[in-house]
Design a protein around this ligand. Structure first.
Ligand SMILES: Cc1cc2nc3c(=O)[nH]c(=O)nc-3n(C[C@H](O)[C@H](O)[C@H](O)COP(=O)(O)OP(=O)(O)OC[C@H]3O[C@@H](n4cnc5c(N)ncnc54)[C@H](O)[C@@H]3O)c2cc1C
Length: 438
C-alpha cells in the first residue's frame, strides 16, 4: 500500500540537526514532517531517549529541552521509515515495516548524519570487534558490559566519549589507543581555548577516564580469537603489545552519510555537502545540516539545523542571529578534521587475505589489481552487498584513493514489492503521457 504525506518542509533525519530544523520551521507556522529510520527521534547521540538524558557533559539536558520543544512545535514525526528513492523532483519514497510512503515536499532539509569509519586489519571481522559507537549503542540497548575488558582504539573524540560511557557501566578499559600524534592533539587542545563549553567537556572526560592509559600514535594491527575475539595486538609508539580482551571498540572517526544528498544532486566538495551560511545547497529548495556538512559534533548539528529550518521557513533575518555560533562550530569541525586525519601508516594495515568488503567476502588481494572503485565493484563485487559500500567504500577511499563515482537508487536496500510498485506507477505515468497507448 502507498501512503502519501505532504509537507511544506520535509526533514530527513531526526537527530539533533533534523530536530532543530523541524522545531524552528514548525514554530514559524510551516507544516513540517521529520522522517527517521529509527523507531524514535534523537539520532546517534540521543538515541531515541532525549527525555531520559540527565544533565551532563554531552549536553543531554539540552536533549530533553529539544524533545519537549519538538512536541510543542506541531511538527509531525514519521519514525521507522527510510528514504531510498526520488522518483521525481519534490517527491521522495520511503519504506516502513509494511508500507511504501510517498513524501511530497515544498522544501527539503537533509540531516542524514554520519557513520563510523572502519579500516580493515587482520581479525577485524571477528565477533566482538565492534565500532566504538556501535558497541555503545548496543550497551544502551541492553548488552551487558559490566566486568568486560574492552580495548578502545582508532581515532576521534568519540573514542573518549565511548570509553567514559562503558567505564560508567562497569567495563574495564585497559587502554585507549589514538592514532593521532601528541603534537596534533596538543594543537587541538589549544584550539579549544576560545570554547569554554568544549574545555569543560574535555575536563570532565579527563576526570571520568582517570587512570586509563591514553596512548597517542598507537593503533590496532591484529585481532585474534578462535570463535570470538580473545586478544588484540596494538602498535604502540616504541613497541607492539598484545592484550587479552572481550571487546575491541574500534572506529576511525566519522564519515558523513552523503548517499541521499548525492542522489538528489547536491554538490559535494572535500567530502561534505556544500552549503552557504543559510545551509542552502546548490539546489534551490534543498537545505542540508549536521554531519553531512561537516563532522562537528552536537553544536554544529544544532546551530546548522536551526538555521536550515528558519531559512526554509523564509525567516532569514532570525537565522542571521545564529551566524556567529555557526562560524565557531564550523571552525571546530575543521579542527577535528585536521587533528584526526588518518596517518599513512594505516594504509599498511590490511594483509592480502584480510577481508575488506565484509558483505561480499572480498579480500584485499582481490582489490589491489583494480584501478578504481567502479572496476573493483564490477570484477570483485566489492561494495555490492547489503551495506552498499557504506563500510568498504570509505575504507578503499583511504587505502587506494578510490572515489565512489555514482550513487544510484535505491540508496538503501528496498523490498521487491516497493520496487515493483515504483515500476508500475512509472509505467502508468508513461502510458498516460502517451495518451493511454502502450
Ligand atoms: C555511532 C555513533 C555514535 C555516536 N555517539 C556519540 C556520543 O556518544 N556522544 C557524542 O557527543 N557524539 C556522538 N556521535 C556524534 C553525533 O552523532 C554528532 O555529534 C551529532 O549529534 C550528529 O547529529 P546529526 O543530527 O547531524 O546526525 P545524527 O544524529 O546521526 O542523525 C541523523 C539521523 O538521520 C537518519 N537517517 C539517515 N538517512 C536516512 C534516510 N535515508 N531515511 C531515514 N532516516 C535517515 C539516521 O538514522 C539518524 O537517526 C556519534 C556518532 C555516531 C556515528
Amino acid at each position: 500500500m502507498v501512503l502519501t504525506q505532504r509537507f511544506d518542509i520535509l526533514v530527513i533525519g531526526g537527530g539533533p540537526a533534523g530536530m532543530a530544523a523541524a522545531v524552528r520551521a514548525a514554530e514559524c507556522g510551516a507544516r513540517v514532517g521529520v522522517v527517521d529510520d529509527n523507531p524514535k527521534l534523537g539520532g546517534q547521540i540521543w538515541r531515541g531517549e532525549p527525555d531520559q538524558q540527565g544533565s551532563n557533559q554531552d549536553g543531554k539536558s539540552e536533549a530533553a529541552q529539544w524533545a519537549d520543544r519538538f512536541r510543542r512545535s506541531g511538527a509531525a514525526m514519521l519514525c521507522g521509515i527510510r528514504v531510498f528513492h526520488q522518483p521525481q523532483e519534490g517527491i521522495l519514497l520511503a519504506e516502513g515495516t509494511d508500507d511504501l510512503v510517498e513524501l511530497r515536499y515544498g522544501k527539503l532539509v537533509l540531516a542524514t548524519g554520519a557513520r563510523e569509519r572502519f579500516l580493515p586489519f587482520p581479525g577485524w571481522t571477528l565477533p566482538n570487534v565492534m565500532g566504538a559507537g556501535g558497541l555503545q549503542a548496543m550497551v544502551k540497548s541492553g548488552l551487558p558490559i559490566r566486568g568486560k575488558r574492552v580495548v578502545v582504539a582508532g581515532t576521534g573524540p568519540l573514542l573518549l566519549a565511548v570509553a567514559a560511557y562503558l567505564r560508567k557501566h562497569g567495563a574495564d578499559i585497559p587502554m585507549i589507543c589514538e592514532q593521532a600524534s601528541w603534537s596534533s592533539l596538543a594543537a587541538f587542545a589549544v584550539s579549544l581555548a576560545g570554547q569554554p563549553r568544549k574545555l569543560m567537556q574535555a575536563l570532565q572526560l579527563k576526570r571520568e577516564l582517570a587512570g586509563i592509559p591514553f596512548i597517542p600514535s598507537s593503533w590496532p594491527v591484529a585481532a585474534y580469537g578462535l570463535r570470538t575475539l580473545e586478544k588484540v595486538t596494538l602498535a604502540l609508539p616504541s613497541r607492539t603489545e598484545t592484550i587479552p580482551c572481550d571487546y575491541l571498540a574500534c572506529g576511525f572517526h566519522l564519515v558523513p552519510n552523503l548517499e541521499l544528498p548525492l542522489l538528489l544532486g547536491c554538490q559535494v566538495d572535500n567530502g561534505y555537502v556544500t552549503v552557504d551560511e543559510f545551509q542552502r545547497t546548490n539546489l534551490p529548495q534543498i537545505f542540508c545540516a549536521g554531519e553531512p556538512t561537516g563532522i562537528g559534533g552536537l553544536e554544529l548539528a544544532l546551530v546548522g539545523g536551526q538555521i536550515a529550518g528558519l531559512a526554509a521557513a523564509n525567516q532569514t533575518s532570525t537565522a542571521q542571529g545564529l551566524f556567529r555560533q555557526q562560524k565557531k562550530a564550523r571552525r571546530f569541525a575543521q579542527a577535528l578534521d585536521r587533528t584526526f586525519q588518518l596517518r599513512p601508516e594505516l594504509q599498511a594495515l590490511p594483509q592480502p587475505e584480510t577481508i575488506v568488503c565484509r558483505c561480499e567476502d572480498v579480500p584485499y588481494s582481490h582489490l589491489r589489481p583494480h584501478g578504481s572503485w567502479r572496476a573493483a565493484k564490477l570484477q570483485s563485487r566489492c561494495g555490492m552487498g547489503p551495506c552498499q559500500g557504506r563500510i568498504c567504500g570509505p575504507a578503499t577511499q583511504f587505502l587506494m584513493n578510490w572515489n565512489p563515482d555514482s550513487v544510484r537508487p535505491p540508496v538503501f536496500p528496498a523490498r521487491v514489492e516497493s520496487l515493483a510498485t515504483i515500476a508500475e506507477s512509472s509505467e502508468q505515468v508513461c502510458s498516460q503521457a502517451m495518451g493511454g497507448e502502450r
